[in-house]
Design a protein around this ligand. Structure first.
Ligand SMILES: NC(=O)c1ccc[n+]([C@@H]2O[C@H](COP(=O)([O-])OP(=O)(O)OC[C@H]3O[C@@H](n4cnc5c(N)ncnc54)[C@H](OP(=O)(O)O)[C@@H]3O)[C@@H](O)[C@H]2O)c1
Length: 233
């Protein structure tokens, strides 16, 4: 499966503030770029932290892009995917509305009552992992559901896990013209961090827009197993 990670971060690498509220980092040109990325994907994924913080819809907004998908024989909207081991998604979350199908990736540890409150037409639930969503298993389940291209839109915990599992093919980041700061503010890749070997990236392209830049990276899967050593020699 082709996995593209995309996120917007400040010049100091933050996805949001220490309050973890949604903030404007990019602008209209980047929103349009992300809309095109969504329209070109079979599915769009976030972690439940992003659902709780931002309550995103994760749909394609531009009617012309929706129409183009229809004309191409695709569903009008990409599938929405939430990695939510314990079914913490609120039942009234916008990602569960009927604008698009939704795939909830949960674990065996998810509370059945919470799951019951989330099940409805258009929402598929798959348990892939004992305590936490196992991403390799998740990708197998998504592939079985017809997903060949996945756009991962954050946040930092989920992106770290995708990188740690070696499942990311491409990474694009809008780097915006502001400093957010805050040691506890989310960054592009949080999790436990890498210590010995870092996922290696190859810069493919750079675009200027909205007063910042978009960096397009390919995640290297070369002879070092896609990792750069943390120290020289
Ligand atoms: N600027 C941007 O482009 C952008 C994009 C997205 C989000 N954000 C910001 O990022 C913040 C949210 O990011 P976040 O890092 O807190 O949350 P996140 O990455 O969206 O979600 C993290 C949660 O996902 C669940 N999860 C399930 N399986 C996982 C796995 N295998 N690996 C990692 N997590 C897994 C975990 O909860 P369970 O263990 O309960 O499942 C985990 O706590 C918000 O402030 C939001 O505004 C910014």
């Amino acid at each position: 499966m082709d996995v593209l990670v995309n996120a917007a971060m400040s010049a100091d690498g933050k996805l949001s503030t220490v309050r973890r509220e949604q903030v404007a980092i990019s602008g209209p040109d980047d929103f349009a770029r992300v809309d095109r990325l969504r329209a070109g994907s079979d599915a769009v994924a976030v972690g439940v932290g992003t659902v709780l913080a931002d309550d995103p819809r994760l749909t394609v907004k531009d009617a012309a892009l929706v129409e183009r998908r229809r004309e191409g024989g695709e569903p009008a909207q990409p599938m929405r995917v939430v990695a939510d081991s314990r079914a913490r998604t609120p039942p009234d979350a916008r990602v569960l509305d009927d604008d698009a199908p939704t795939y909830l990736l949960v674990s065996e540890a998810a509370d059945p009552d919470r799951l019951g409150a989330l099940r409805r037409p258009g929402v598929e639930v798959a348990a892939v992992g004992e305590e936490r969503v196992a991403l390799e298993r998740a990708l197998v389940a998504l592939a079985d559901a017809g997903v060949a291209s996945l756009l991962v839109e954050g946040g930092g915990e989920l992106v770290f896990s995708f990188l740690e599992a070696g499942l990311v093919d491409r990474l694009s980041t809008f780097v915006g013209p502001q400093v957010i700061g805050g040691r506890d503010a989310p960054t592009l890749a949080d999790g436990d961090g890498f210590l010995e070997r870092f996922p290696a990236l190859e810069l493919v392209d750079v675009d200027r827009l909205d007063g910042g830049v978009v960096l397009h990276w390919r995640v290297d899967d070369g002879p070092e197993g896609g990792h750069r050593p943390a120290k020289e020699g």
